[in-house]
Design a protein around this ligand. Structure first.
Ligand code: SMG
Ligand code: MG
Length: 374
């Protein structure tokens, strides 16, 4: 395909409730949308970078800048652009995986719409419905936390993930375990808030029968995750550390992670996500699909990815209503009922299978859109 133009939209969407992690408290999702026009069809994608460089080094304005200055010019001058060639054509830029992933996903959406294939069909989905978990932020107090968790349990979610940090860990985990009972899946995510001195303390989570503890230490520090995995019974799962299939292999071989959270933005795209999935299946390492407070645009693609066979744990693939009163797409994600309670249906239409409500993109724009041409 020939890539004719790339339009960047920076929008802000209010969250239905604040979302607090060990590193930030968010009340609005500021995000970058990428809209491509190709010789065959149009495609949309969402860049998962946050407003500030707090989860990782990437952030919205940085992603916009690297796309405008480096990535888009390389793609717009190429004669043949497909999802498979976006990676090689942009490999000269070091890092900036979230920006690259958004471009790859937008091109993939266009390419699949042109050929009438869904994301799930292309990626290798083997199921029509995926199990959903929900990520619960740090609360001002325990009562608020328990209220929020009860609401999600009532909605049908199949797994609860609690954000933790030093000073907000054992007591909330104990309280939530008491509330939800011994059998419901429960896991925690520290977003790098701990250090090697906390290993014994984190071992005190073992009695709560957690599915996993996610990314307790800084992303570059594989060795301390190895030490923790040896010291405690709770499985250790890496998120921020896993930026490529090569890092995933190293972390698995060293025993730093026995479960992996796959986020397409963090690893540079859906193609790399499938490579990590395949590696994990070969090593019998369970995977699950992470989330970055996506709108329906990114959520649609994530739900398709979560339908691959290695995704045996519920993902952070919640319903649209977990974050947004109104989604950016005409088909908001709503949890199923009956046997599909706590699940989302994998979209079946061409590309992501969702339709962007372009008037909302205009209404919620923070700055005028920018269109880049070759
Ligand atoms: O999309 O439900 C979601 C967010 C899930 O907790 C979530 N994501 O570290 O896994 C993680 C965080 C990263 C984003 S926090 C601002
Ligand atoms: Mg995480």
């Amino acid at each position: 395909m020939k890539l004719e133009s790339i339009t960047l939209h920076r929008v802000a969407m209010p969250l239905v409730r604040p979302f607090e992690t060990s590193f930030a408290r968010q009340t609005t999702r500021v995000l970058l949308l990428v809209h491509v026009r190709t010789s065959e069809a149009e495609g949309w994608a969402e860049c998962v970078a946050m407003e500030g460089p707090l989860y990782s080094s990437e952030y919205v304005e940085g992603a916009e800048h690297v796309i405008r200055s480096y990535l888009a010019p390389a793609l717009l001058k190429a004669t043949d652009v497909t999802a498979e060639t976006v990676g090689p054509l942009t490999a000269f830029v070091v890092g900036h995986r979230m920006a690259k992933a958004a471009l790859e996903a937008a091109v993939l959406d266009a390419q699949l719409r042109a050929s009438g294939v869904s994301f799930g069909g292309y990626l290798g989905a083997v199921t029509d419905w995926v199990d959903c978990g929900v990520s619960v932020g740090i609360s001002p107090d325990l009562d608020t936390l328990l209220d929020e968790v009860s609401g999600y349990v009532d909605e049908g979610y199949r797994r609860i993930k609690l954000k933790i940090k030093p000073g907000w860990d054992l007591i909330p985990v104990y309280a939530v375990r008491e509330l939800i009972g011994p059998d419901m899946l429960l896991q925690v995510d520290a977003n790098t808030a701990y250090s090697a001195a906390d290993i014994a303390h984190l071992g005190r989570l073992d009695p709560f029968n957690l599915v996993l503890i996610e990314q307790p230490f800084v992303e570059e520090d594989i060795a301390t995750h190895v030490a923790l995995a040896r010291a405690i019974e709770t499985p250790v799962c890496l998120d921020e550390s896993i930026v490529s299939v090569g890092v995933a292999l190293d972390a698995i071989e060293r025993g730093a992670t026995s479960v992996i959270n796959i986020k397409p933005g963090r690893v540079g795209g859906y193609l790399e996500s499938v490579r990590i999935h395949d590696l994990c299946v070969a090593h019998e390492v369970p995977v699950w699909c992470g989330g970055m407070l996506e709108t329906g645009v990114g959520r649609a693609a994530n739900v398709a990815l979560a339908a691959l066979p290695g995704f045996i744990l519920p993902g952070d693939t919640s319903a649209s209503s977990r974050y947004f009163a109104e989604d950016l797409v005409e088909e908001p994600f709503v949890l199923g009922t009956g046997e599909h309670a706590g699940q989302l249906a994998v979209p079946t239409g061409p590309g992501t299978g969702v339709t962007v409500r372009e008037h909302l993109v205009r209404d919620w724009a923070l700055v005028a859109p920018v269109t880049l041409r070759g």
